[in-house]
Design a protein around this ligand. Structure first.
Ligand SMILES: Nc1ncnc2c1ncn2[C@@H]1O[C@H](COP(=O)(O)OP(=O)(O)OP(=O)(O)O)[C@@H](O)[C@H]1O
Length: 370
């Protein structure tokens, strides 16, 4: 791995409004060298605007941006984009059509011709395209052009790489391989990476840390495992998978449901809460003449539902139930094939350690188990 001084990106409280509407609202982030952070969120939440401010092509209304501890931008001082030691890679990356592949990669490099060519060759070799060095971009496939764009962005050894949906133009078969290869190269080069995506799977695959963004704000930051398993609120949970919601009212720090009581610590009496769980944490058991399995500590109390539909999804089956107690629909997934007929009564339990309680308005979540 290349030796480099300790460098990092740090943005503090950056804000940007368009036509009086705040699209980026006091966003703070820091990225260590060699770390990949994914800015993940739905379309229009302000991800690209954040990236554009860091790149220097958009000015923030307030807040500061530091690269390697050096201020590159506040509301009065501004280092121009090309002097920020930031590499850019966007979905509609454009290689210069009139330059060869080698010239494209060497484009932003300083130094003598031989030195620049050697660096371009090394990076092209690293992405498996050294043999294309004298070809022109139109002679390459989309995936190959993407790899050239990566080599070009990394050629000047930027401290920070900003990537905006860089893989969304590629077909699925190519995408996984190029993602892995890109990640390896980024780690090797040691740049801090901020990658924008609206796809949770991409973020889970690429990120050391995910920053989940919604309506201009970062709502949660953490390792993929943490974000998935300890979501900040219901929408954060729903962003990663299908969810089931059972509603209840808190009384005496408990929320009573057909699946048994759930702890609701610190929730005032009378507060409407939602018990939220993923379909893969629903257990299914058979009906024994109108009764189900006995309650257990782990699975709580079973509740009966009637199969509404069942579908085979490939690696799992998805079964939808209409619940006896209130007619609500709940979903369960089970590995492999299980396709019970419509109308069949079955008993459902939920993994209590995988349930979350959130106040119904979605703010101020309180998490609970058992
Ligand atoms: N130059 C601009 N003038 C006015 N509004 C803008 C401008 N740039 C962005 N916006 C608005 O700011 C909001 C955030 O846009 P942004 O592109 O940052 O979102 P995003 O999360 O990157 O979305 P996507 O994933 O669809 O690219 C959107 O409502 C967008 O219409």
């Amino acid at each position: 791995m290349q030796q480099r001084p300790h460098r990092a990106l740090e943005i503090r409280d950056i804000t940007r409004s368009f036509d009086g509407k705040r699209v980026v609202d006091r966003v703070s982030l820091s990225i260590a060298p060699g770390q990949v952070t994914c800015l993940l969120g739905p379309s229009g939440c302000g991800k690209s605007t954040t990236l554009r401010m860091i790149a220097g092509v958009e000015m923030q209304d307030s807040g500061t941006i530091h690269v390697d501890g050096q201020l590159v931008c506040d509301t009065v001082f501004r280092v121009p984009p090309e002097r920020r030691s930031i590499g850019l890679m966007f979905q509609d990356f454009a290689l210069f059509p009139h330059l060869s592949v080698g010239e494209n990669v060497a484009f932003g490099l300083k130094g003598g011709g031989a030195e620049r060519k050697a660096r371009a060759h090394r990076l092209l070799d690293r992405v498996g395209l050294a043999h294309f060095i004298d070809e022109f971009p139109h002679q390459l496939s989309g995936g190959e052009q993407q790899r050239v764009a990566l080599a070009r962005a990394l050629a000047p050894s930027p401290q920070i790489m900003l990537m905006d949906e860089p893989f969304s133009g590629l077909d699925n078969r190519l995408r996984d391989g190029i993602r892995d290869e890109t990640l390896d190269l980024l780690k090797e080069e040691g740049a801090g990476v901020l990658l924008v995506t609206h796809e949770p799977e991409e973020a889970m695959r690429m990120a050391d840390e995910i920053a989940l963004m919604r309506a201009g704000r970062i709502v949660q930051r953490g390792a993929p495992y943490t974000i998935y398993n300890a979501p900040a609120d219901r929408d954060a949970m729903a962003f990663f998978s299908d969810i089931n919601i059972v509603r209840a009212t808190a009384r005496g720090a408990l929320a009573d449901t057909p699946f048994g009581p759930f702890l609701a610590p610190g929730v005032a009496d009378g507060t409407e809460v939602e018990i939220v769980f993923r379909p893969q944490h629903v257990g299914i058991d058979f009906d024994r003449g109108g009764s189900g399995p006995l309650p257990t500590e782990r699975a709580g109390t079973p509740a009966r539902g009637i199969v509404e539909r069942a579908r085979f999804m490939g690696s799992e089956s998805l079964i939808e139930f209409r619940m006896d107690h209130d007619g609500q629909m709940l979903r369960a997934t089970v590995p492999n094939v299980f396709l019970p007929e419509k109308g069949r009564p079955l008993w459902l339990t939920v993994r209590r350690d995988r349930c979350f309680i959130f106040p119904t308005d979605g703010d101020n979540p309180s998490r609970t188990v058992s």
